[in-house]
Design a binder for this molecule. Sequence first.
Ligand code: FES
Length: 67
Amino acid sequence: MAGSPKLLDDLRAMLKRSGSHTPVQVIVEERMACGVGACLGCVVFTGEGPVASCVAGPVFDLWAIAS
Ligand code: FES
């Protein structure tokens, strides 16, 4: 699934309400200017801190992305 932060928050909330523990991978929609991790314009916040989605993603575990 690809989506905006709001859509990912809604998906996370829906899965929590349903009690689902299904692994979910999502594609984040961050703007990517350089694509090589130099500009930090595509940073997403994860449980391990901020990461450049162009290098570490753009596919992430839904539960690893900070809401
Ligand atoms: S697009 Fe520049 S760091 Fe990701």
